[in-house]
Each structure stands twice: as C-alpha cells, then as structure tokens.
Design a protein around this ligand. Structure first.
Ligand code: BG6
Length: 508
C-alpha cells in the first residue's frame, strides 16, 4: 500500500457545507481504509466558537449519513483526529494563536511540520487567506523538486477548491496570489471529477490497450458527446448560482477535465508532470470561436416551472428567490468544441450540462464513423446509423458499453446492433468512495497527477469566455423558461447537433 506522510490537514471553512457533507466523510472513509498516516490530524478553522468535542458531535451525524459503512468504534478512533480552532482566517490576528496551536499539535502528534491547507470557503476569501498564510510565515518549504533530501524537510501544500476564478482575469489573479506564497509543486487545484473511477479509467482504457489508440482520432471518430445531466435544482445556492451558471459551474471545470482525458495525446510516462503537460496542450488546442460563431456553437437555457416533473412550486429559475428576475444565467448549456490539432481537426466535441433535466447521468459517448465502404449496402437492414459507439458511463452507473453490428442468427443476412458491457459494480464488486478522499490522500503524498496546473486552468477559462461575456448576448436572448423541467434541455440544444446531422444520446 502507498504511504502518506503525517500531516495536519487545516480546513478553512470548517462550518461550511462542503466540509461536513464531503470532506470529513471522505476523510473518515480514508481512515477506515487505512490511507491516513496514524499521526495525521485534521484542524477545522472557522469563525464560530466551538470546542473540539462540539465539532466532533456535529460531524458524527454527517459521517453517519454520508460515508460508506459507518461503524461506531471506527468513528471513535477517527474522531480523535479531529480538532477545531475558532478564528477569522482573513484577519492577521488569527494567525499567532493558530500557529501556536499548530506547533503544539505537531509536537504532540509528530506531524513533522507538514501542513496541508484546504480552502473550503467562499471564493472571495481565497486571496485574503492565502496572503495571511504567507505573511504569517507558515510556508517554510523551498522548492520540493530541488530539496536535497525531500524526506527530511517539512512541506506545506494547499488545496484550492473550485470555483477557481470567475473568468480569465480573476483566475490569473488567484494564480499569481498563490504563486507568491507557494511553489506550483505545492498547489493542488482540486476537481472532484478527477477522483471518479471511470474518469481515471479512461486513461487506462486509452493507453494500456492497443486497440483504441490507433482509431482514436478524426479519421475514425465522428464526434464525441460529454454529458453531465442533473435532476436537481439549484437548491439553497441561488445567489451563488446566479453569479455562476452551468458553464462556470460544470463545463469550464469538471467537463473540461473529462474532455482533456478523452482528447489528450499519450503522455510519455504516467507521471504528474507528463500527464499535466498533455492536458495543458490539449486545452490550449481548443479553437476559440469568433464573436459571430458563438451563438451557432452553443445553446443556453433556464428551466421552466412546468414539465414532466409536474409544476415546480418554487417557480421557474428566473422566479426563484435570490435570482435576479431578468437573469440570463444559464441553468443549461451545450457547447461545441473544436480542436486545432492533427488528431481532432474536423471532429466536434459536444459538451452539455444542466439542472432539472430528465435524468442524473454523467457520460462520454464516442461515436465512430461508419465503415469506409459498406459491403452490405444492397442487403436490406444494413447501412443505417453508424454502429460503432463507445459509451463511458461515469455516474450514477460505472460502465463501459461498446456497440457493434453482428449477424442475427438464422437464415438470410440481417444485422443487429449489440452492446458489450462492462459494469464496474458487477465485475469488481467495488463500492465507490467519496471522490475527495483519494484526491486529498494524493495531496498528502505529493502526487499532483490528478490536480490542475495553473496554465491549464487559465486555458480553460480562455476557451469558455466567448460563451460567457458580451459575445454570448445573442445566445442568451429568450433564455427564460426555455426548457421544461424533466426534459433534456432547450430545443436549441437539439438544433445545435441537428445542424451537423447528429443527435444527443438521451437514454437515461
Ligand atoms: C459541483 C457543482 O461542483 O458539482 C454542483 O457546483 C453540481 O452544482 C456538482 O451539482 C455535481 O457533482 P456530482 O459529483 O454529483 O456529479
């Protein structure tokens, strides 16, 4: 088993939703799986006054609800790793007592000065907290890659949650702020989609087999669809969501990570540096649409109050409390992406995500072209839809489905489309853990493979900006209530593909 260094995981935003719903249950699962160093502890930092025990009691209910296989004895063991510090992390006064506490804990637990900060706070607090950490002198490590004996030195790393900026300019400002305090090697820009099994498995499918890579290009692939459909609405987060929308919330972040894994070139070796370099290159190869092309390359929508789900009592998106009545923020977005490179020239990637859709599903559809010549063209029942398609279901099911044409048994010649399926749950009997867990453990190990590089994040913002700024005005006109709840999105999204002679795979 891989080992992690002992450390103190310092979570800023200890009272927040992400901490209780995801981070602590994830750490509990890692504890149960033996992935945490015995000395590792977690210090939650937040403004509310609480004791260590008070925080532990609050978290117990969340862990019981959210984590796999709750066990009261294991909880008691895990709870001993949890500590709480009340303080306002944007204020300098917070840091002297915080440092004293950290030093005490390091001494008692033997965490060797290793600190892993996690920013689980509102985005507006990122820069002030990073600046305070830096001013307080909490980052003492030099460049990890050139340490004479890295094992002998303490390390300080930081995990930054999305949203990573709001646009190109703010992402670049945040990167500069981080860069003034931490080396790039110590910055872990987290994306929980990279913790999903089937997202990681895509790299193995592509690069550990010989049968896919030769045909993984514009010569054989007609197009790719990447979908993250959700049935939920925006919940309590209306104010945040109205400033954000589906492109920022899902496409620029999560779906571009999937896009990069589907489209990138093979790295020369599976190392953080090589994988990240290839992701930077593929994001950089995205063709940025001109202002005139934007409306034709996207479809944006907001859910209506009525639909297959009946009527939403809280109303359509633009009627929700906390949403500006004239809001043009998209709760649905579909965009068409082209790459300017040899592998993908001419093969479009359609990416979509939305709230209040017909089903929860995250998947990649790789549609292959029809055979170069159809030898069965004079036989009835052949030559319809191009048969070959690989569907990678990421959630809620974890499955690979490969479709091809076979002969139907019996007299005469008749073709049928069949699917060959690998279901992860059946085959591996694996119970997926909360995606944050393995990622945080990677950060404890110093493995950046599944974290985003500064240049990649800025590249992803550059690629989506035309769909977000004034260039998207035409696409946003008439957005109010333009798709029924429980549907697959606005008509314009179907038209986006229909213009290219294609259709979405809308199977739940
Ligand atoms: C989050 C978004 O990053 O991802 C949410 O902010 C979204 O709006 C969530 O619901 C989806 O994550 P998952 O893992 O449920 O697909």
């Amino acid at each position: 088993m891989l080992t992690t260094d002992p450390c103190i995981l310092v979570i800023f935003g200890a009272s927040g939703d992400l901490t209780s719903r995801k981070l602590i249950p994830a750490m509990y699962e890692m504890h149960v799986l033996g992935q945490l160093h015995p000395s590792t502890v977690i210090l939650g930092v937040s403004r509310t006054q609480k004791t260590d025990d008070g925080w532990r009691d609050e978290l117990r209910a969340w862990v019981e609800k959210q984590a796999k296989g709750f066990d009261a004895t294991k909880w008691v063991d895990f709870a001993k790793r949890l500590f709480y510090f009340a303080g306002d992390a944007v204020k300098s006064e917070c840091y002297e007592p915080l440092q004293t506490r950290l030093a005490q804990m390091a001494e008692e637990r033997g965490t060797r000065g290793n600190l892993l900060f996690f920013l689980s706070v509102a985005e507006s607090l990122y820069e002030p907290i990073i600046e305070r950490i830096d001013e307080a002198g909490l980052v003492v490590e030099g460049k990890r890659w050139c340490s004479i004996d890295p094992a002998a030195k303490s390390w300080q790393r930081i995990i930054v949650e999305k949203p990573f900026g709001h646009d190109s300019a703010s992402a670049s400002s945040l990167n500069r702020c981080l860069g003034r305090a931490f080396e790039e090697e110590s910055i872990y820009r987290i994306d929980h989609y990279l913790g999903k099994e089937l997202v990681q498995s895509m790299l193995v499918l592509r690069f550990a087999n010989s049968i896919f890579e030769p045909i993984w290009n514009q010569q054989y692939i007609d197009h790719v669809q990447i979908t993250a459909a959700e049935t939920v609405t925006v919940g309590q987060r209306t104010a945040f969501y109205d400033q954000t929308g589906a492109i920022r919330d899902m496409i620029q972040s999560h779906l571009f990570q999937i896009l990069a894994f589907v489209a990138m070139e093979p790295p020369s070796l599976y190392t953080p540096e090589n994988v990240r370099q290839e992701k930077i290159k593929i994001i950089d190869a995205i063709a940025i649409p001109t202002a005139d092309e934007v409306a034709a390359h996207c479809a944006l929508g907001q859910f209506a109050a009525e639909g297959k789900d009946g009527a939403l009592k809280e109303g359509a998106y633009h009627e929700l409390a906390g949403v500006a009545p004239n809001s043009t923020t998209e709760t649905y977005a579909a965009i068409k992406v082209h790459f300017d490179n040899w592998r993908w020239a001419g093969t479009p990637f359609y990416i979509r995500s939305g709230k209040k859709l017909a089903a929860k599903k995250t998947e990649v559809v790789v549609q292959f072209k029809p055979p170069a010549a159809n030898l069965f063209r004079k036989v009835t029942g052949f030559g319809g839809e191009a048969p070959n398609r690989l569907v990678i279901e990421i959630a809620p099911k974890e499955r690979f489905n490969l479709r091809f044409e076979v002969k139907v048994p019996g007299f005469g010649l008749r073709g049928a489309n069949v699917d060959m399926q690998l279901d992860y749950a059946d085959r591996f009997k694996a119970d997926p853990v909360e995606a944050y867990g393995p990622l945080i453990v990677d950060a404890m190990r110093g493995d950046q493979t599944l974290f985003k590089h500064r240049i990649e994040v800025e590249g992803a913002w550059n690629a989506v900006m035309p769909f977000l700024d004034e260039r998207s005005a035409v696409a946003r006109a008439g957005i109010h209530a333009n798709y029924a709840c429980g549907s697959w999105g606005p008509k314009s999204a179907d038209e986006l593909l229909a213009r290219d002679g294609r259709a979405w795979r809308n199977e739940a």
